[in-house]
Design a protein around this ligand. Sequence first.
Ligand code: MF3
Ligand code: CO
Ligand code: CO
Length: 314
Amino acid sequence: MGDDTGNMSIYRYGKEVLAYIMGMARNDLCWCGSGKKYKKCHKDFDDRISEMKFDVFKGQVRPPKKIINNRADIEGIRRSGVVNDGVLDLMATMVRPGIDTASLDDAAREYIESHGGIPACLDYEGFPKSTCISINNVVCHGIPSKKTILKEGDIVNIDVTTILDGYFSDASRMFVVGGKTTPEAQRLVDVTRECMELGIQAIRPWGWLGDIGAACGRHAHENGYSVVTDLGGHGVGKKFHLEPFVAHIGKPGTGMLLVPGMVLTVEPMINQGTKKVTVDSGDNWTVRTADGKLSAQWEKTVLITETGTEILSS
Ligand code: MF3
Ligand code: CO
Ligand code: CO
């Protein structure tokens, strides 16, 4: 009894003490909030990370624990995504020449609220509406308005973020008003969608964030387009915008380690002309191409799983 103090206890409890000094004890509740014992939850995960080499010259960093979602979190984001997808499906039925964008926004808000959710954009850092609706040369963050009327041939992005039971899901789609536009505009819409898909296909558990941007950017540039770099994707789930910032250009094998349980958006903004953008000095939100040429964007919320990815909103 008398020796059960100081360093002696290290010898007495051996491995347990060492495990505690180095991190969590095997029988502690896991840091992810699953309620399971550490040894049955994220211990192997942590061991794998601690055995890895991170190359600072490639910007390789460990993901912070707060962006790793447990099963309950993932289920929450998945349920939020079902509502969010429903909003975009509704928008698809409403987009037509002559409709004003405030009417679309009202319908989106009504849909989200009647499904028990909250539109995340409404009052977000002062944003006045429930969705972002961005037409032609507007890159993103277009504010819906009674005065903004869709016309045949416009290319329109509708970006919706739903909060359900505290969980955020975020997605956007492009729509061609009236179903037909110029071949140039249609090609931009199609290639931008391919950029998003290729970015998502580049995601591997235990791969790297830069893999995403490399795939997106390569496809855009090969098609003669520029990639907006002032804005990008983001972690999403328990908050609207979390780490990491997801660039849509990049180098494979660089940046944050991608691990199972991370949820992020891939949302390339691709321009016909310059990648430079301006922010409206009147409303402080509307982002436009600096040269007035067209821009397109698609966005999905993506879960990284043990084996690949699962789309939680699209
Ligand atoms: N949904 C956008 C995104 O993809 C963010 C819009 S913020 C708002 O990250 F305030 F403009 F709504
Ligand atoms: Co969005
Ligand atoms: Co987003």
